[in-house]
Ligand binder design. Sequence first.
Ligand SMILES: O=c1[nH]c(=O)c2[nH]c(=O)[nH]c2[nH]1
Length: 319
Amino acid sequence: MQSSHGKARVRVAKAKRRSDGFTELFQEFTVQVSLVGGTDSSFLCGDNSQVVATDTCKNIIYWVVKQHPCDSAEKLAMDIGCFFLSHYPFIDSVRMRVERIPWCRVNLEGKSHSHGFVRQLDQFNFATAVCSRECSKDDKVSLRVDSAVCCGEKVYAVILTSGVDRWKLLKTTCSGWEGFYRDRFTTLPETNERVLATECQISWTYSSRQNRELKKLDFSNILSQVQDAVKRKFFGDSDKGVYSPGVQKTLFDIGKQILISCPLLEKVSLSMPNIHYLPANLEVFSRNGVRFENDIYIPTDEPHGIIEATLSRSCLAKL
Ligand SMILES: O=c1[nH]c(=O)c2[nH]c(=O)[nH]c2[nH]1
């Protein structure tokens, strides 16, 4: 039996104010925690003596947030996960997911507002952390050297992933879809001129496997590097752009660029659904002698294409 329990959709916000009324930080998160280990007898015979109640899980999330700088979803995910490991010896591993809700400081007449924030639509970034006591052989060697505690903080094995979700991108030209397999079921015409739109989910996993090493990283800088790599390969040069022969090739170019730009990453997973903007060849136009001139489109969210891939550094080396 493989089992876990925990709490999902725990929403928490933190404000840090100065005495002069300036709000230095406002962060909102949605947190999920799943605990693994120690609970077999609860599932098998109703003995709950080693079960941290899911209600307690929620309290611990609030507790850690209260002490935490909350400067990144990644550090929060690792610190909540490692808190469970350090307090409950019967827990083997903790799976965390922290989503950061994007509140941005208001800028009014060129001036940053002291306490006002606006919420960006849709897009958000997230982190997942699988925290455990088990280390790979290599980790164990360095753990012994450092001992299990460093600077008052215990060392745990962490598989950390960061991501961005619901990030919408669109370009009005420099995209086509030609040469695809045709048979009697194929009705789609080929084109070398179309709107290309997607809603990306991109996640990236770090090579390091130690909470202490991972906590040194500048996660917002890595996020910017990833987003720059995506924009560079999706849109291309500001004036000339870059031609996309299909979402598949663009996705691969983006993934490769992310791994080139960010040497600390081991692999990247991309989901780039093809959101269709259908040419509006409508009867009302043709009947009145007006042609489609790559100008009027019908946006359709459903159905949409699914195009996904995971690229690792080792698989790139083999290509
Ligand atoms: O970029 C695309 N990739 C596809 O796999 C596909 N399939 C489709 O109908 N249109 C497109 N466009």
